[in-house]
Design a protein around this ligand. Structure first.
Ligand code: CU
Length: 315
């Protein structure tokens, strides 16, 4: 990339960051992606509970930190307010300067330490070095993708934002020897906006997705308590329990939870990663009262599917 272009790039990122900070529009759901684990789906990853308080980290430097409590790793903090270890920083670059709705955008993430030196080594976490979740500000659009590691702390990935508006992107990764990090940014996408979808708690936590009837039970709907999320699957046509769920990124399912104000991000892995159904159980803790959207991402018959639910968490 030529120098002048790089400069323009950075300017645009800063601009995008500023725009993102002051408004929120909506975007649409892209629907379920048929392709394995990459792509846009209306759902998400899962894992041991890693709660993250997502700060904001824009191209111009405001920092967003997400504490993380990685269930297998055992480090990170639940409330995400502080983390001592491994303060990573991510510089986000959008190749076009400002993404346009419907156009494929190349995204570059450069991971550095606090001093600005590249972080070059990362641990695999559920088969990937980095997980990236992009959501529209109304949480109607959800995309779970996996940036490729180039070298020198640089990751690249392509994403097509479906409609205009503000999007929030969360990258989670584990610098070798450090706690899991979640960094985020906001970006304003130009073009045709979609109708904003109201985020409203589901009356009933049951949905039929791609032939499976999926129920979600929460052991508590109170903030600050350990909440077990139990998904139960049955064949929608026959009513038979589903016992042949397949591993997706090394576990029976992946769950991502984001608060309605986009401030809290939790990436939760199953308690028993080898489960095959009819139950898949996850444990986490909702840090604060409010509305949360929960995307469960599962695989059966070689096909991944995403099950979204919206819940209300009380004080
Ligand atoms: Cu992922």
């Amino acid at each position: 990339m030529a120098k002048s272009k790089a400069a323009l790039y950075m300017t645009m990122i800063a601009l995008a960051g500023m725009l993102a900070g002051c408004g929120s529009n909506s975007a649409n759901t892209s629907g379920t992606s048929a392709s394995g684990h990459e792509g846009h789906e209306q759902s998400s990853p899962a894992a041991a509970p890693e709660a993250a308080e997502s700060g904001a980290h824009n191209g111009h430097g405001s920092d967003e930190k997400a504490g993380s409590n990685n269930g297998h790793g055992g480090h990170g903090d639940v409330d995400g307010m502080e983390h001592e270890q491994a303060n990573a920083d991510v510089l986000w670059s959008f190749q076009s300067g400002q993404p346009a709705a419907g156009a494929e955008e190349a995204i570059e993430l450069n991971v550095t330490d606090d001093a600005g030196a590249p972080i070059e080594k990362f641990d695999l976490n559920h088969e990937k070095l980095m997980h990236l979740i992009a959501v529209s500000s109304d949480l109607n659009y959800f995309s779970h993708i996996h940036p490729n590691y180039e070298s020198g702390g640089k990751f690249t990935v392509k994403e097509t934002f479906p409609a205009a508006g503000t999007y929030k992107l969360f990258a989670d990764f584990i610098p070798t020897g450090a706690a899991q990090q979640t960094m985020s940014t906001e970006v304003e996408v130009t073009g045709q906006a979609a109708a904003k979808v109201e985020l409203k708690a589901d009356q009933e936590l049951v949905k039929t997705v791609e032939g499976q009837q999926v129920k979600l039970a929460l052991s508590t709907t109170k903030a600050g308590e350990e909440a077990k999320l139990t998904y139960t699957f049955e064949d929608a046509a026959t009513g038979e329990p589903v016992t042949d769920l397949e591993p997706y990124l090394g576990a029976v399912g992946h769950v991502v939870i984001i608060s309605g104000d986009l401030a809290k991000y939790l990436h939760v892995h199953p308690l028993d990663e080898a489960a095959k159904g009819p139950d898949a159980v996850f444990a986490t803790e909702f840090p604060e009262p409010g509305v949360y959207k929960i995307w469960g991402q599962f695989q059966r018959g070689g096909k991944t599917f995403i099950v979204p639910f919206v819940v209300n968490i009380q004080a």
